[in-house]
Design a protein around this ligand. Structure first.
Ligand code: EPU
Length: 416
């Protein structure tokens, strides 16, 4: 299994190009199922999760070709309406084929994703919303089996803010008969990016970027050309790494408008931040100050940035209190950070991090994607060698992370 071997202690300096957003690209790829015409997508990141999504779509009979960062998809001849367990178990976002399939074909069989390292993550809201639109759904041998004539518009209020839930229901509603209102909709920039693509395909959606989406279904959608938005989590991860190592980096092709909460916390930590169009420059001249934060749906502080800020707090001046409100088991990195000498106490959903001057390198194990990113940041500031094991998690969601880190001066290499 691949490992990353990091010699810590070097400040990051230089330019990093931000890749396209994983969590925008995944639903956007699934939207190809909504039309028989081609979808041309640019800025699609090179990631394992994207490969999994393309494998899933191809398994269903969708034509999918990649040429660098461009992906062309065409779902003219869909041959299978099933998302099998072997693919869904490796990527929960596979559930995003459910809404488009039921909407266009009136039928779908999608394996239930099951639990995952960061929590239970049920899909009951996806199912409830589709049922409100007239789909008949039951669970059969671990699969969600859905059947419907043409879906009907409905008023849906989700019990909690759910990102992929909103995306699945929005993709179903665009082809439904009549008007759908999604209340308590997720406002994440990735949901907005999907909505913009759907509009380009001919969908009628109002309230984009708000918690109330009003969707007037159309008979059919057409092909479109879309550029996937920049990855705000990848961008934030590199900024945290630069801040923790007291470096100075410039991000190119970023989307600062989607990064308010992250940029505010980095300023609070003492970083000098300069935003100019799609570039963000961060310089940290001194030891960072500890920051406290609480994860929340957008525009609150993203749960996907929690582990990276915990790593920053580990070497900061003072004590930071981090509360995780989205996933019940997203502190798996704490035990690993403690192996590097971090002073962290966890009480329920809250972690109290007392900054220390230096972490000391050790072997640590990645448990999920963002936890891995936190461990890499910790390795970059630790004394000596840190080996981050099981980095297949990292490969799921970071496009060439070690190459980008090495280009800004990190001493990092992959060992197979
Ligand atoms: N939830 C339910 N029932 C549902 C749906 C969600 O109880 O039917 C709960 C979840 O268990 C969780 C909360 O609602 O406690 C929010 O979950 P959400 O549905 O928003 O998460 P998701 O859509 O499965 C996406 C991202 C995650 C990110 C979360 C939160 C994608 C593909 N994934 O997951 O990204 O952490 O939103 O922002 O967009 C990552 O990239 O590392 C990652 C985990």
């Amino acid at each position: 299994m691949d490992k990353l071997i990091i010699e810590g202690g070097r400040p990051l300096r230089g330019d990093v190009r931000v890749s396209g957003a994983k969590n925008a690209a995944l639903p956007i790829l699934c939207a190809a199922l909504l039309t028989r015409e081609p979808l041309v997508l640019d800025n699609v990141p090179q990631l394992r999760d994207i490969d999994t999504a393309l494998a899933l779509l191809r398994r269903m009979g969708v034509m999918a070709e990649r040429d660098g960062q461009r992906v062309t998809l065409q779902a003219a001849d869909v041959s299978s309406l099933e998302a099998p367990y072997d693919l869904v178990k490796t990527m929960r976002a596979s559930i995003l084929v459910l809404g488009p399939m039921v909407a266009r074909f009136g039928e779908a069989r999608v394996s239930l994703p099951g639990g995952c390292a960061i929590g239970q993550r049920p899909v009951d809201q996806h199912i409830k919303g589709l049922q409100a639109m007239g789909a008949e759904i039951h669970i059969d041998h671990g699969y969600v089996v859905a059947r419907a004539g043409r879906l009907r518009g409905a008023r849906i209020a989700t019990d909690m803010v759910t990102v992929t839930g909103t995306e699945n229901l929005m993709m179903a509603a665009v082809l439904a008969d009549g008007q759908t209102i999604i209340e308590n909709a997720a406002r994440e920039p990735e949901v907005v990016d999907l909505a913009r693509l759907l509009q380009a395909m001919g969908a009628r959606i109002d309230g984009i970027g708000t918690d109330r989406l009003v969707i007037d279904g159309v008979e059919s959608l057409h092909g479109a050309h879309h550029r996937v938005m920049p990855d705000r989590i990848e961008a934030g991860t590199f900024l945290c790494a630069a801040a923790a190592t007291r470096g100075r980096i410039r991000l190119i092709d970023a989307d600062p408008a989607s990064m308010g909460a992250t940029l505010d916390k980095l300023s609070e930590a003492g970083a000098a931040i300069d935003v100019d169009g799609d570039t963000i420059t961060l310089a940290m001249a001194q030891r960072p100050r500890a920051v406290s934060l609480r994860t929340a749906p957008y525009p609150g502080f993203a749960t996907d940035m929690q582990a990276q800020f915990m790593a920053l707090n580990c070497v900061a001046d003072g004590t930071g209190v981090i509360t995780e409100t989205i996933f019940e088991n997203r502190f798996m990195h704490v035990l690993e950070l403690q192996r590097l000498g971090a002073d962290i106490t966890v009480e329920g959903h809250t972690a109290v991090v007392k900054g220390i001057e230096r972490l000391s390198g050790a072997t640590v194990m990645a448990t999920d994607l963002r936890a891995s990113a936190g461990l890499v940041i910790a390795g970059l500031v630790a004394d000596g060698t840190t080996t981050v094991d099981r980095i297949y998690h990292l490969d799921r969601g970071y496009d060439g992370m070690e190459t980008k880190l090495a280009a800004v001066g990190a001493n990092v290499r992959r060992s197979r």
